[in-house]
Design a protein around this ligand. Structure first.
Ligand code: NOJ
Length: 752
């Protein structure tokens, strides 16, 4: 008996030390057990229930009075609550007026900043700078924590190859290597060194899993994919977040191979908790336990509760499935008390780790809130990030940057996004806090606000014509802008999508410039005769074939956030040399989707458009408009061929790849040196290229630098047909260059 007690104590201690997330709170396991022992079944189910607060980010759910529910011990967590005073009241009720005084856990979607709005996550990924992203999330965490939030539903680490899907904007693009680096950086940024610190929040890897592969790019839709693709492509960023110590995971809405992700035992129990030995808490997505019934995979709440809890999921977000069905599931023997207890333990543990039991009000200090939100210094990082995320796609004749003394004197700034004060623009759905005073449009610097004075200071004459978005009758709607453009030497058109065009449930079946904006471009540039720059606000790859052929310079600015105008002024005047690189492929047309760089070779690869009996289209190219990793600079770089320290490596050895890059232009610039591999002959077909390393370097004009990448056997391994991570011996290619298309290669061999 004594031995058994020692053993269980050891197990408890051991479990405690395995949690990767770091917290300064000690003695958590015995405290969790002591509390659990006092809890009734209803109180346990309450801890597994999360209710929406004062904003809704999903379908409406019936909300009883929150305070009464808290008082009755029916709620463990609240999501999307903005009102600070109410949070204090709720925490007071939870800790002082309930039987056990268990604090409430407040969660929020902190997607690209909390109060200070940064570029959307896809834009951040275009910086290829994990350290910068970590700093951004640290700021976001500081603001969120100061405003009483304990937990963010971010990062979204879903890989996606489909720009029709509105949520591509929330991820890091199409590549698992870049996605994994960024996932870990975001976790470090949000969670910091101590989860219990009052400046950090718990993070949540979502959506587990394969949500980015919804059929037809239609949100919430079916996903069906091989285990090989799941393991090789979708799971690595999740694994990276788990290894970085992320506190929570979120189920996806979709079915995966027929099984709704919320009740997917293979994903949650076998892989996440089993293979990866991850110890944190899994929350459903918005009523996704309830949606299992709509999927037709459970008859009612009792069965859905049993299946979701049984699969390893813990907390019911914005649903009433556990409230309605979990008790019955227990009574009817469909779940065990031990399973419920285990889920409750995970919730309590997180609350302890955050320091909520020790000081439930540490995130609710009005003075700290006042001193922290919207700090001026945060905007510097927002400006840096926005400028670094912008990708120069085209710059014929070196039209940009705009230097005085050139051929242009009069510049017309035109378009629906040149000076928009609409609450919808330069942001995303996630930063708008629909229906609440959460978003502050007076904080946005529009392009006109910053660019006009910056250009005037350089001696240009500048006009601004803001137009409203409206498709049809463009000649009339855009009359003033067109007139201004006609009177200018150079037109800068600010076009693209507004913030409500991107985010959850904002899917499209057409990627062309919306709202008649191509027509605006055509008329304003006299059919392409007048020199023009197109600044694109986009949350996804868009298609703009006419602009590609007729507009000299194109800058993809994404949705840049509060510092939009300042960042644009920095880039367009050359104060900042653009360095963003695409984290996703830009197709020519929506019909090419999905189009991505890390594809398998078909048996009939196409060499030129129109070549029959090869893999292509009769009516257009099979190649991208702009490939993954692409982005221009105001300078140019030349690459020597990559050199290897050896041509054969064995297990345990490291291949050193060196590549020398020279700045061949006239100004200093930042280059992202990229390293890809190809497994030439494997047991199964492998991608024609896979990113394995990148480094951002700054080079003065004429300066040359050698960048080194290390490749080991682990980098060559993949999930093979026998369901093991393994590298096949044989021939490989290694490529280096400034994007995934324009590379130089050298071969090597792996011997085993
Ligand atoms: C549904 C979204 O899919 C998820 O990402 C988000 O965190 C929740 N709603 C809460 O807003």
């Amino acid at each position: 008996m004594a031995n058994r007690r020692i053993l269980s104590l050891l197990l408890l201690l051991c479990a405690g030390s395995l949690f990767a997330q770091k917290t300064s709170i000690t003695n958590i396991e015995p405290r969790v057990e002591a509390l659990l022992a006092k809890m009734t079944l209803d109180e346990k189910i309450g801890q597994l229930t999360q209710s929406p607060g004062d904003i809704s980010t999903g379908t409406d759910v019936a909300k009883d009075d929150l305070l009464n529910q808290i008082r009755a011990g029916k709620l463990g967590s609240i999501l999307s609550h903005t009102n600070f005073q109410n949070k204090i009241t709720m925490q007071r009720v939870a800790t002082r007026e309930t039987r056990l005084g268990i604090p409430i856990l407040f969660g929020f979607d902190v997607i690209h900043g909390y109060k200070t709005i940064f570029p959307i996550p896809l834009a951040q990924a275009a910086t290829w700078e994990p350290d910068l992203i970590e700093r951004i999330e640290h700021i976001a965490a500081e603001e969120a924590a100061a405003d009483g939030q304990h937990w963010t539903f971010a990062p979204m680490v879903d890989i996606s190859r489909d720009p029709r899907w509105g949520r591509m904007m929330e991820g890091s693009g199409e590549d698992p290597y870049l996605g994994s680096k960024i996932a870990a950086a975001r976790v470090r940024g949000f969670q910091g060194k101590d989860l219990a610190a009052n400046s950090t929040v718990a993070a949540c890897a979502k959506h587990f899993a394969a949500y980015g592969f919804a059929e037809g790019g239609r949100d919430y839709n079916t996903v069906d994919m091989s285990d090989q693709r799941l393991r090789d492509l979708i799971l690595p960023p999740f694994r990276s977040a788990a290894d970085a110590g992320i506190a929570t995971f979120m189920n996806a809405f979709n079915t995966l191979n027929g099984v709704p992700a919320s009740m997917n035992k293979y994903l949650v129990t076998d892989i996440l908790r089993g293979e990866w030995k991850w110890k944190g808490m899994v929350v459903s997505d918005w009523n996704s336990f309830g949606e299992v019934i709509v999927h037709g995979a459970a008859a009612d709440e009792e069965e859905s509760s049993a299946k979701c809890l049984g699969a390893g999921s813990d907390m019911d977000m914005a649903g009433s499935t556990f409230q309605k069905g979990l008790k019955k599931a227990l009574e009817n023997g469909k779940v065990t008390q031990a399973q419920i207890d285990e889920a409750v333990r995970r919730v309590l543990r997180l609350k302890f780790e955050l320091g909520l039991f020790d000081n439930p009000f540490q995130y609710l200090d009005p003075q700290r809130r006042e001193a922290t939100l919207f700090k001026e210094e945060y905007r510097k990082t927002a400006r840096e990030a926005a400028a670094k995320s912008m990708v120069l796609l085209k710059n014929d004749g070196g039209l940009l940057p705009l230097n005085p003394g050139g051929p242009f004197n009069k510049i017309a700034l035109i378009g629906p996004f040149v000076d928009s004060r609409s609450h919808k623009d330069y942001m995303s759905f996630w930063s708008l806090g629909i229906g609440t005073p959460y978003y502050d449009s007076t904080k946005v610097v529009t392009p006109a606000m910053a660019l006009k004075p910056a250009l005037e200071a350089l001696g240009f004459q500048v006009t601004v014509s803001q137009v409203n978005l409206q498709a049809g009758n463009e000649e009339v709607t855009y009359k003033d802008a067109i007139q201004a453009a006609k009177e200018a030497d150079l037109v800068i058109a600010f076009v693209g999508e507004h913030g409500l065009d991107c985010g959850e449930s904002r899917c499209v079946s057409d990627l062309n410039l919306p709202y008649g904006q191509e027509r605006l471009l055509k008329i304003a540039t006299l059919g392409g005769a007048r020199p023009a720059v197109m600044v694109l606000f986009n949350s996804r790859p868009l298609t703009f074939q006419w602009a590609n052929e007729n507009i000299e310079s194109i800058l993809a600015a994404w949705q840049p956030g509060y510092e939009t105008g300042n960042a644009l002024a920095d880039v367009l005047t050359g104060k900042v040399n653009p360095s963003g690189r695409l984290p996703v492929t830009f197709p020519h047309s929506v019909g090419q989707v999905p189009l991505y760089y890390n594809a398998l070779s078909t048996g009939r690869p196409q060499e030129r458009q129109g070549q029959l009996w090869t893999s292509g289209y009769l009516d257009g190219p099979a190649t991208p408009a702009y490939p993954f990793g692409f982005g221009l600079s105001y300078t140019t770089f030349s690459y020597e061929a990559p050199k290897l320290n050896k041509t054969t490596i064995k297990s345990g050895e490291t291949l050193e790849v060196s590549v020398t890059v020279t700045n061949t232009g006239k100004v200093a610039g930042v280059e992202t040196v990229q390293c890809y591999i190809r497994d030439l002959v494997a047991d199964i077909s492998r991608p024609v290229k896979e990113l394995k390393g990148f480094e951002k370097i700054t080079l003065a004009p004429g300066e040359k630098r050698t960048v080194k990448f290390n490749i080991t056997e682990a980098d060559l391994a993949y999930w093979n047909a026998q369901s093991v991570w393994k590298a096949d011996p044989g021939k490989f290619l290694v490529f280096t260059g400034g994007n995934s298309r324009d590379v130089k290669e050298v071969g090597f061999e792996l011997q085993k």
